[in-house]
Design a protein around this ligand. Sequence first.
Ligand code: PRE
Length: 93
Amino acid sequence: MSLELLRQQIDELDEQIIGLLNRRMEVVKQIGQFKRDQKTVVYRPEREKFIIERLDKLSSTGLLNRAAIEAIYLEIFAVSRHLELSEKIAYLG
Ligand code: PRE
């Protein structure tokens, strides 16, 4: 397969990834609203750990090992927390 065709595959996969990440952030936004209503904390390290462990098991036959999953998801969680916190700050004014 040519480099061009391989890159075309990457572009299509990236479109799916960015679409899914945006959908994930829509859900995170709702969680942020829920936490504001409940006046509870944004950062949930035990939940983040659970997600990484679950994905590591799911990915056991794939190329991503735990360190790779962790590296990717720690960034995703940071963006999630930022979104939840920025909405909280906007709400407080
Ligand atoms: C989420 C984000 C921040 C928390 O630290 C844990 C998990 C996530 O992105 O999955 C979502 C969330 O706020 C939550 O599950 O409580």
